[in-house]
Ligand binder design. Structure first.
Ligand code: GLA
Length: 391
């Protein structure tokens, strides 16, 4: 009786049901590109460039910290920085919508944002209403100047969730609390939740990959683990990787069903970075309609005292297919294999014959049965789509 009751109680958690982000959302965020130097002019410049990426699935143009002032109006309404955004947020939202994009904004569950601007603590309902009036489609809520206690964090996020629901306007709700412990409750609070620190460099990217390893259970349509933004290889941005590392990150983000939010400067994008973020076959893996999150099927932690020199990650896809990502965690090129144990962990029996396609090279490379090896350059990754031929 007791157990039945307990199960019933657990099953009755409130859920966010706003009908958005059924697949990992795609777009751009200002933080690694502009930091606090954001402005209307800068955002409109980004809009002009990202509009050309709409056909690849990129859809959200999201402002991060520093669009608001620290002090609110006397009636409590949040104040837009009038110097940076002279025509206000409604104007910007309209421009973004006219270009076929959706508009995202940033706030914090503390009384200040991480950069010291007005946070939403105690103003959740008023802020949600303001966002809805502006035409906001996406809200990221950070965790600076706020309690790190789990139940306090959950109840503060629930307040913003309810406030957003109350407006009647569907807005993607992205929790930014930097911890894997958000995952089990994430879907009841928002559409995505940051599972670790800001991933602005190679070590942080790998730390976030490690954090993702045990969280695949919590990925669902409308509910995604968020390992932070996609970095390019452009040193003009606050966070960047080498060209091969950035492509490895994009490969993994696809297998992990992670939101594909670009954190790079889009003007004068290198042809390498452009090719990375517009590879339709890799994006198709990220956007696969089965909405499963990939799992580590060979190798262990990439960071820590005895890191693995490689990983293989796999993700089950629609149409009897599996994505396999071979990740080289060593500073030298090496052959990485997925053996019969690794195939079995990917749901493939040793007798199953698969056709193998290299999605970076856009090339069918043959057939495999219970074993696949790939030569992978230093700190890089290869990515294959396997399609089952017969069992
Ligand atoms: C935190 C978040 C970042 C960014 C900054 C802005 O560090 O994790 O993603 O929003 O705050 O101040």
């Amino acid at each position: 009786m007791f157990w039945l009751l307990l199960v019933a109680t657990i099953g009755a958690v409130a859920a966010l049901d706003n009908g958005v982000a059924l697949l990992p959302y795609m777009g751009y965020n200002t933080w690694y590109d502009y930091g606090c130097n954001i402005s209307e002019a800068g955002v409109l410049k980004v809009l002009g460039i990202i509009a050309q990426l709409r056909g690849y699935g990129y859809e959200y143009l999201n402002l991060d910290d520093c669009w608001a002032l620290k002090e609110r109006y006397s009636n409590g309404t949040v104040r837009v920085d009038p110097v940076a955004f002279p025509r206000g947020m409604k104007y910007l939202a309209d421009k973004i919508h006219q270009a076929g994009f959706k508009f995202g904004i940033y706030t914090c569950r503390g009384n200040l944002t991480c950069a010291g601007r007005a946070g939403s603590l105690g103003y959740e309902a008023q802020d949600a209403q303001t966002y809805a009036e502006w035409g906001v489609d996406f809200v990221k809520e950070d965790s600076c100047y706020a309690s790190s206690n789990q139940s306090v964090a959950f109840s503060q996020y629930a307040r913003m969730r309810d406030a957003l629901n109350q407006t009647g306007r569907p807005m993607v709700f992205n929790l930014c609390g930097w911890n894997p412990w958000y995952a089990p409750v994430g879907a009841s609070l928002g559409n995505s939740w940051r599972i670790g620190d800001d991933g602005g460099n190679w070590d942080k990217v790998r730390e976030n990959i490690d954090n993702m390893a045990s969280l695949h259970w919590w990925t669902n349509p409308g509910a995604f683990n968020d390992p932070d933004y996609v970095l390019g290889s452009d040193p003009r941005t606050y966070g960047f990787l080498t060209p091969t590392q950035s492509r490895a990150q994009f490969s993994l983000w696809s297998v992990l069903a992670a939101p594909l939010i670009l954190g790079m400067k889009l003007s004068n994008l290198s042809s390498w970075d452009l090719e990375t973020i517009t590879n339709r076959e890799v994006i198709a893996i990220n956007q696969d309609s089965l909405v499963t999150q990939g799992q580590r099927v060979a190798g262990g932690s990439l960071m820590g005292s005895s890191p693995s020199s490689f990983n293989v990650w796999s993700r089950v896809l629609q149409n009897r297919a599996v994505a396999l990502c071979f990740f080289n965690n060593a500073p030298i090129a090496q052959n990485i294999s997925c053996d019969s144990t690794c195939f079995a962990a990917s749901g493939l029996a040793p007798t199953t014959v698969v056709a193998v396609r290299d999605v970076w090279l856009h090339k069918d490379i043959g057939f495999a049965q219970g074993f696949l090896v790939s030569e992978v350059p230093a700190f890089s990754a290869s990515l294959f789509r396997l399609t089952i031929q017969y069992m």
